[in-house]
Write a protein that binds this ligand. Sequence first.
Ligand SMILES: [Fe+2]
Length: 224
Amino acid sequence: MSIVDKVLGAITPPESPDARAKATDKARGAAAPGDWLSMALDHHGQIRAAFERAQAAASAEDRIAAFKALATVLNGHALAEEVVLYPALAKNGEKAHASLAYTEQTTAKMQMAELERIDPADEAWHDKLEHIQGAVLHHMFEEEGTWFLELKAKAPDQAFLTRRYAEEYGRYVLGVGGPPTAPAASEPRTFAAEADTALEEVGRNDAGPLQLGARTQDEAGGPA
Ligand SMILES: [Fe+2]
């Protein structure tokens, strides 16, 4: 176990599975059908299921497939949060929580990059996976129990968050950016929109599907 693992383990509070389930229920109660919170909670469910499938994978081949499925939903969800939800959290008076959220997800990305380099036939692969799972479950507990509720209560632009969260998640996982829409009035662009038009077009055309097979497998098996 690396020093990073030990530090990560030491700072991961041991909230119970029951406490996590209650936080999920509470967040579900605050969500509306189709809103950003509802989508984020769906993705949390898919992430939990992907971790469980990876835990259950016995062969090296199955572990690699499970890792790819997990990485797809985890990265797509995390990027949408980092681009849309965490900035909104900071903007609405919760900078400390937003900062912690970024730090935890950056750590998870670094740990996933380490896991990708471990021989899936090695027991160290399972140990690393278990460690990341614990950290991510705790992170989702913080989001569902506190941070997302703050964002739901404080952010005035809920429809904007829903549209942009869906757009960013879809761009990564499905390889699409959603229909072109005008910037929301509450989020004026401060850079030269005209000069960016060509770049946006290139990005839209070059953004191919990422790990579509894994995504399909992941979404098919995830709980609501
Ligand atoms: Fe999350």
